[in-house]
Design a protein around this ligand. Structure first.
Ligand SMILES: C[S@@+](CC[C@H](N)C(=O)[O-])C[C@H]1O[C@@H](n2cnc3c(N)ncnc32)[C@H](O)[C@@H]1O
Length: 292
């Protein structure tokens, strides 16, 4: 059994990607924002099981190709299985991007929920830029956790009782100082793209607002509820003293850690299949053109 975390996360990834974008919005980006009208070669950094390929290839001009790179052997093997009998031109490469040299020149370099796991984001974006032809694009879909956290509503519950914005803001900042990884990276990517020399840099927000509607069919409701739980909404925090200790080790004061524990526990009790809930992940989609 592998001890690489992402080797065990196929089910989680498969169950949660649908929370982020409506297909019509992705199509809108391809057709009207990026104006991709001729076949393109895409490379996807930290591709996982090939989520971006699965979504985008059917929307791209015929003849487009997709190369996925990921450190997880298990996810790369799932991606290969998923695309085995597909009509698309795909290639999957297993390896650590921080150590690999990408030789190919592509029309587009992309990543999805990947840069937040990097400690040296700038050098990874530089690699992405290097793997793109002059005039090509770099496109990064990345989270912005604090704006995500302010985008929950459970009917009948005050938002401030389930999400302690100031406290989680501090947690994210302390985590990032300690381990160099930044769950708010989505909001910083446009700045990095521009500082690294890309032109026409823009940033958009994911469109999807997930609505746990009590009037929809039970099967659809259960599927959405399960995806939201996998996403971490209303997760059971665990044993009180352990959680508080861990939160304090991550930089919270005792009082803040207790308030955070109480909020997580309360959220976990309030969030049920029968809840009315809206939730917008608020991913940031940043892109720019390579001009050498
Ligand atoms: C949150 S998952 C996102 C996967 C996929 N992009 C998606 O959205 O479904 C992060 C991915 O980054 C990969 N990853 C993390 N560090 C990596 C590295 N140094 N080199 C290559 N892949 C890496 C993980 O294996 C994992 O598949």
């Amino acid at each position: 059994m592998s001890d690489y975390y992402w080797d065990t996360q196929y089910e989680y990834l498969r169950n949660t990607r649908k929370l982020y974008y409506n297909d019509d919005y992705l199509e809108f980006l391809i057709r009207f924002v990026w104006r991709i009208t001729t076949p393109v070669n895409i490379i996807d950094y930290g591709c996982g099981y090939g989520y971006l390929g699965i979504k985008l290839l059917p929307m791209l001009p015929e003849g487009s190709s997709y190369t996925g790179v990921d450190k997880s052997k298990e996810l790369i093997s799932q991606a290969q299985k998923l695309f085995n009998h597909s009509p698309y031109r795909t290639e999957f490469i297993q390896g650590d991007i921080e150590e690999m040299k990408i030789q190919s020149k592509n029309d587009v370099a992309m990543c999805h929920a990947f840069l937040l796991h990097m400690t040296d984001t700038k050098s990874v974006i530089e690699k992405m830029i290097d793997s793109v032809i002059n005039g090509g694009r770099v496109i990064c879909f990345e989270p912005h956790w604090i704006s995500n956290m302010s985008n929950y509503l459970i009917e009948g519950v005050e938002q401030s009782q389930i999400v302690k914005l100031g406290i989680v803001q501090k947690l994210y900042e302390e985590d990032s100082k300690r381990n160099g990884k930044d769950g708010n990276i989505g909001a910083r990517v446009p700045i990095l793209l521009s500082q690294l020399g890309l032109k026409n840099v823009e940033c958009r927000v994911s469109d999807r607002v997930n609505f746990l509607d009590q009037n929809i069919e039970l099967e659809n409701k259960e599927a959405l509820y399960s995806a939201l739980k996998d996403e971490g909404l209303g997760h059971e925090p665990g044993e009180q003293n352990d959680v508080i200790k861990r939160l304090m080790a991550r930089g919270l004061l005792g009082e803040e850690a207790r308030a955070q524990y109480d909020a997580e526990e309360f959220f976990s009790k309030q969030f049920k299949l029968q809840s009315w809930l809206t939730y917008a992940p608020s991913m940031k989609i940043s892109y720019g053109t390579v001009s050498r």
